[in-house]
Design a protein around this ligand. Structure first.
Ligand SMILES: *[C@@H]1O[C@H](CO)[C@@H](O)[C@H](O)[C@H]1NC(C)=O
Ligand SMILES: *[C@@H]1O[C@H](CO)[C@@H](O)[C@H](O)[C@H]1NC(C)=O
Length: 344
């Protein structure tokens, strides 16, 4: 990881102590409880882009609740797929948006989004929380925001973060960091104007298909039915963050967002004891400009706009072994479900 800026800076003794105890908990208490043996998609393993996409594309014929659309097409020609889970089957309900895989390197993100999709599809009419939530909201889930970058981590460089656009000059560097390319304090905190850097923000705000796709899909949904919550799942750090990241100021409804975030982190801890911090993004994580979550809150006025840094706290970091996928996905969903129920 030398010369790659850490996306999740946490590295103090306190964190390591906490991790040691939560790791023990994981080893002794994780007993996968559901959806680990679904034919066609093994949720206990990481999968490449093609496998994820084939499975997503197969779901509408398996379930009346599922439909798939593409939010945009990337530089390399990949669709950026979104799976809608809707019990009503139309766009009349407010939306909960969940995205994963903004950065190629974060494999636990897409794996978690895929499990959440499956859990929603299987849970309607069977699981009380899922049923309540699907009677209230339509879920739009984008498991791989950055398919070109994710694909590259499978084929060429496991550590890749950005998308794969060439820079067009002699440096021969590739890629823009999608979560620096939204038009909120574009080019500000933690954002590089050097093409080769992992935090490179792009030529201008919304220069990239990935950020355009998220923007356009969310803007559409906002106009149709409103968006109740925007949730961006990233790795790692075990933090539940609320806006703002781009300035050291609190949003107008900070107290309400924190109330719900606290419900979320308490619920996460219930399953396997995993401890999260929650709070303001800039304070917890350092100032970060051009992010999707600040954009969703500030431009669209989405009342709950959360960035979750899921497991772990750095022991494995971006290389979380596959045996932790299920417990990570289960607890992440448990937290999100509790938080969403607290907004109804
Ligand atoms: C799912 O993947 C895990 C991890 O690679 C593996 O141990 C397990 O046997 C797989 N399960 C099935 C049913 O293939
Ligand atoms: C940012 O983009 C949104 C569209 O997503 C637009 O409505 C808004 O005016 C832009 N803001 C700035 C400061 O350019």
């Amino acid at each position: 990881m030398a010369n790659r800026p850490s996306l999740s800076a946490s590295g103090c003794a306190v964190v390591i102590t906490l991790l040691a105890s939560s790791f023990t908990t994981v080893l002794t208490r994780d007993a996968p409880t559901s959806t680990d043996t679904v034919p066609g998609f093994n949720h206990s393993a990481y999968h490449d882009l093609q496998t994820i996409y084939s499975y997503m594309n197969s779901l509408p014929s398996e379930s009346d609740l599922a439909s798939v659309y593409s939010a945009a097409t990337t530089y390399e020609g990949n669709d950026i797929l979104v799976l809608r889970v809707s019990a009503v089957g139309d766009d009349s309900l407010p939306v909960v948006w969940i995205d994963c895989g903004m950065h190629g390197i974060e494999w636990i993100g897409p794996a978690t989004c895929m499990w959440i999709i499956e859990n929603l599809l299987n849970g309607y009419g069977a699981d009380e929380q899922v049923t309540t939530l699907l009677n209230e909201f339509n879920f739009h889930i984008m498991p791989v925001v950055n398919p070109d970058g994710y694909d590259y981590t499978w084929t060429k460089d496991r550590l890749w973060i950005k998308n794969r656009v060439p820079d067009g000059d002699s440096l021969n560097c590739h890629g823009v960091n999608i979560n620096r390319n939204f038009n909120i304090s574009f080019g500000g905190y933690d954002s590089a104007n050097r093409h080769c850097d992992d935090t490179y923000h792009g030529i201008e705000a919304f220069s990239e298909a990935e950020s355009q796709g998220v923007r356009d899909a969310l803007s559409n949904l906002h106009a149709m039915s409103g968006i109740k919550a925007y949730i961006s799942i990233m790795a790692w750090g075990q933090k539940w963050m609320v806006p703002y990241g781009h300035i050291y100021e609190f949003p107008e409804n900070m107290d309400e967002q924190l109330r719900v975030a606290e419900v979320g982190v308490k619920a996460i801890a219930e399953l396997y004891g995993t401890q999260y911090e929650f709070g303001n993004a800039a304070i917890m994580h350092g100032g970060t400009s051009g992010t999707s979550s600040d954009w969703a809150y500030e431009v669209l006025g989405v009342p709950y706009s959360f960035s979750l840094l899921i497991r772990d706290q750095g022991l494995f970091g971006f290389f979380l072994p596959s045996q932790f996928i299920l417990p990570t996905a289960e607890e992440t969903w448990h937290g999100i479900a509790a938080a969403l129920l607290a907004t109804i």
